[in-house]
Design a protein around this ligand. Structure first.
Ligand code: GDP
Ligand code: MG
Length: 441
């Protein structure tokens, strides 16, 4: 889907004379791509009509940048499709919030319920897991392993065969223990079948969840719409989690599921690890879908933030990277937000000690400490290449004291700066050579 839409966009935006004919052809192509991905026919019609109205060729003064306007209209309309503007469930304070997971076997329920429990736990809520999957042998074992790894309390039974009974026992136990979040994992089946839907209803009746979440494998593609609808009818879920977005799926399935059920996607799974879990961001999602890559969004995002880049870029082309440059870059990352993705795009940043193993909160706390370290330095130290810290180790100790960081943390920061200075030296040298070569030509 992504490739087809982006090709359509690209072709029309490349055309030297952007005329009405080319525009219509592009709309046609986009409609076909969306229909192929099982997006509801009516929705596709609405989408193309909206784009037509926004980009009204006849009334547009010639100076208007039509290409940009079209890109923006397509982007905005797709964002509207995946963003149902329905408020997702928010756990209430001071009570036990019961969340039930539903979805087909292999969708990623058991993996994702641990991710979600960990997510809440990291935010200071008491979270726990209940295994109501008595259908699949080994289901409880799998949940237990995940829960132990994440240090999350769990409940399940090896002998009770009625999932509604186990679910009720677990929920009652944890309610008594005043847990904030009780997540109930259920069994799936390979196909949608009445036994599964009956089981879901039985469990819902037994535990009366505050929220039901449907877990949907992003590679489901064509069946997404009918599957989401069937589950919505049977279990009236209020939120969707899309898993395996790290795979090759186009994402068309997610659009269809949201469109078919008017239910918001709340999180996405981005890998098998417990921390591979992100809040769903419609704009980012559509960027990826359109094949513009995260880079396009990032460039726009970065431009809108008015970051301190100029000096650093100038420095790098001169083969220099000072401690101040590092601090400016750290400040920039702080401004940009979601760290795990963005830091990977800035050379060297993904290599910060331990950065890749932490989630956003932990790494932004770490980032803040690094900025405090820089703030405890003198102007002279900031503008230096860091060598004076090696020559006079008392400087390191002074900065550590002043910032409340450990000596080790100050040293880590300086070694990061040294590494980047080394990279800058190479890059700057290359750029100079390139300039010389160009001048010689
Ligand atoms: P369940 O049957 O719905 O409980 O699904 P499981 O939680 O057992 O997951 C099925 C498989 O999908 C397991 O091998 C998981 O590791 C894998 N999985 C789950 N979520 C993700 C994800 O976001 N990305 C990737 N790559 N694999 C995932
Ligand atoms: Mg499972």
């Amino acid at each position: 889907l992504g490739r087809r839409i982006s090709t359509a966009l690209h072709d029309v935006t490349r055309a030297p004379n952007l005329d009405e004919k080319a525009f219509k052809a592009m709309l046609n192509e986009i409609s076909h791509a969306l229909l192929e991905a099982d997006v509801n026919v009516k929705l596709v019609g609405k989408l193309t009509n909206s784009i037509k109205t926004t980009v009204n060729f006849k009334d547009l003064p010639p100076a208007v940048n039509k290409k940009r306007l079209i890109q923006k209209a397509v982007f905005d309309e797709l964002v509207k499709l995946v963003d149902p503007h329905a408020e997702p469930f928010k756990p209430k304070k001071g009570k036990s919030n019961v969340i039930m997971f539903v979805g087909l076997q292999g969708a990623g329920k058991t993996t994702t319920c641990t991710k979600l429990a960990r997510h809440y736990q990291a935010r200071g809520l008491k979270a726990c897991l209940v295994c109501a999957d008595t259908f699949r042998a080994g289901a409880f074992d799998q949940l237990k392993q995940n829960a132990v790894k994440a240090k999350i309390p769990y409940y399940g039974s090896l002998t009770e065969t009625d999932p509604a009974v186990v679910a009720k026992e677990g929920v009652e136990k944890f309610k008594k223990e005043r847990f904030d979040i009780i997540i109930v994992d259920t069994s799936g089946r390979h196909r949608q079948e009445s036994a599964l839907f009956q089981e879901m209803t039985d469990i819902q009746t037994a535990i009366k969840p505050d929220e039901t979440i449907m877990v949907l494998d992003s590679s489901i593609g064509q069946q997404a719409e009918s599957q989401a609808k069937a589950f919505k009818d049977a279990a009236d879920f209020g939120a969707i989690i899309i898993t395996k977005t790290d795979g090759h799926a186009s994402g068309g399935g997610a659009i269809s599921a949201v469109a078919a059920t008017h239910t918001p996607i709340v999180f996405i799974g981005t890998g098998e690890h417990m921390l591979d879990f992100e809040k769903f961001a419609p704009q980012q999602f559509v960027n990826k879908l359109l094949g513009m890559g995260d880079m396009a969004g990032l460039v726009e995002h970065v431009q809108s933030l008015k970051l301190d880049q100029k000096d650093t870029i100038k420095h790098i082309t001169e083969g220099i990277f000072t401690v101040r440059d590092l601090r400016d870059q750290l400040n920039n990352i702080m401004k940009m937000g979601p760290l795990s993705k963005i830091s990977g795009m800035i050379p060297g940043m993904a290599n910060l000690p331990g950065m890749d193993q932490m989630d956003n909160e932990e790494s932004s706390a770490k980032l803040k400490r690094m900025i405090y370290v820089c703030d405890s330095m003198t102007e002279k130290e900031l503008d230096s290449d860091g060598k004076m810290f090696v020559d006079q180790p008392t400087r390191v100790i002074r900065v550590a004291r002043g910032s409340g960081a450990s000596v080790r943390e100050v040293e880590d920061l300086l070694s990061q700066q040294r590494m980047m200075a080394g990279m800058a030296k190479k890059m700057g040298g290359n750029m100079k050579n390139m300039q010389r070569a160009q001048q010689a030509m």
